[in-house]
Design a protein around this ligand. Structure first.
Ligand SMILES: CC(C)(COP(=O)(O)OP(=O)(O)OC[C@H]1O[C@@H](n2cnc3c(N)ncnc32)[C@H](O)[C@@H]1OP(=O)(O)O)[C@@H](O)C(=O)NCCC(=O)NCCS
Length: 149
């Protein structure tokens, strides 16, 4: 991780980050939330808690995190294939957790596809436990076009 810099993400990073997401197998994207406007809205609400990791001036990792005043949530954590297993995602998580803590948040949640074994192994390594007593439910209020990579 010594040649990697982690800094707050801005909307100017969007093109590089979208390119990373779309080329990362296992991401659950959609046409509204992950559009430039959708991400700009997310960053406006959560300006201090989303991070990019850079190596040689290029973005190789990203984490979105934010909160609703009570619970913190993490979305779309990804590291470029050639930069993996160097602690970059762990560094991004640590930055996000510290930033959420500074916002007064005490607990952070995320969802991962059950089939994403590597992703789940990563979250387990970071101390995110599986809540066997909960069922995740949701309902769309707009028509979304899903793009599972
Ligand atoms: C999951 C992901 C973000 C991990 O990024 P990374 O920078 O390689 O992770 P780190 O190097 O910080 O890994 C920290 C620890 O997580 C665990 N881990 C990471 N990748 C793992 C894998 N493929 N298999 C098993 N354990 C893994 C290990 O314990 C690792 O520590 P170690 O390397 O000392 O053994 C990356 O593989 C990725 O982008 N995957 C595709 C997108 C994704 O699945 N995102 C998360 C799900 S929502």
């Amino acid at each position: 991780m010594c040649d990697v810099t982690i800094r707050v993400m801005t909307i100017d990073d969007y093109d590089q980050i979208y390119d990373l997401w779309i080329h990362t197998p296992g991401m659950g994207l959609n046409n509204l939330d992950d559009s430039r406007d959708g991400i700009a809205r997310y960053l406006k609400r959560n300006p201090t808690t989303c991070f990019a990791a850079l190596q040689g001036g290029k973005i190789v990792g990203v984490i979105l995190s934010g909160h609703d005043g009570r619970r913190g949530y993490i979305h779309h954590t990804a590291v470029a294939v050639q930069a993996r297993r160097k602690g970059i995602a762990a560094g991004l998580v640590s930055h996000a957790m510290e930033a959420l803590k500074r916002e007064g948040i005490h607990k952070v949640a995320l969802v991962a596809f059950e089939r994403n074994l590597e992703g789940n192994a990563f979250w387990e390594s970071q101390g995110f436990s599986v809540r066997e007593d909960l069922v995740y439910r949701n309902k769309n209020i707009s028509e979304l076009i899903r793009m599972d990579t």
